[in-house]
Ligand binder design. Structure first.
Ligand code: CA
Length: 224
């Protein structure tokens, strides 16, 4: 899991990118201005996806600042496609450069490759109760034993883990598991099976809590 900041004033683009990156297990934040970008970046930020034409300034200036302060990897995302723009982007410290329109899948691959070079670390999420999600293999263990989850059960657990202790609506979970035509009940069925596999007492769940009339939330701590 990596902390990624998207700086993009086109909300629709940002939402799509966010969804792709969350699906890969990342903790993603989105801001729309250069000022917010500069106030949000910390030494903990693993990567920035940066639009160059922002309402209150130029992405290139943001890039230069964050690279100087934290050495944060930056992928520039822009409609400026000239060779000169690319060269100046790299000169200002970008690690990669993608021009709009772009494929979100390609961006997700580029994120992976930039992070691999810049931030090599274990691609895992640790939860309380000794539950570990291995993002590369899409596998889960509890107290060292593999828990066999279906892709949908895994997606639900990952989505809840990414939202830490915030409630996640059924609609978002449906979107997340890519079953746009599913009825709400489908999510409930997946959650029931998931609980049977990971809860000590599925009748009295601790790891996945129900938020009545809304959805679910992670009931245990996420460490990293
Ligand atoms: Ca823009």
């Amino acid at each position: 899991m990596y902390r990624i900041l998207i700086v993009e004033d086109e909300v629709k683009i940002a939402e799509t990118v966010k969804q792709y990156l969350e699906r890969d297990g990342h903790d993603v934040r989105h801001v729309t201005t250069a000022a917010d970008a500069l106030s949000c970046v910390t030494a903990e930020t693993d990567l920035i996806i940066l639009d160059l034409m922002l309402p209150d300034g130029q992405g290139e200036d943001v890039c230069e600042r964050v690279v100087a302060l934290y050495d944060t990897p930056v992928i520039m995302l822009t409609s400026k496609s000239s060779e000169q723009s690319r060269i100046s982007g790299f000169a200002r410290g970008a690690d990669d450069y993608l021009t709009k329109p772009f494929s979100p899948r390609e961006l997700a691959m580029r994120v992976k490759s930039v992070l691999k070079r810049a931030r090599p670390k274990d691609n895992v999420i640790h939860l309380e109760d000794d539950i570990v999600l291995f993002l590369d293999r899409r596998a889960v263990t509890k107290k060292g034993t593999t828990v066999k989850l279906t892709p949908n059960e895994y997606a639900i657990l990952l989505c809840l883990a990414n939202n830490r202790q915030a409630a996640v609506g059924r609609d978002k979970l449906i979107e997340y598991i890519n079953a746009h035509d599913a009825f709400d009940r489908t999510v409930d069925v997946h959650v029931r099976h998931l609980r049977q596999k990971i809860e000590d007492d599925p009748g009295n769940p601790r790891i996945i809590k129900t938020v009545h009339g809304f959805g679910y939330m992670l009931g245990v701590k996420r460490y990293a």
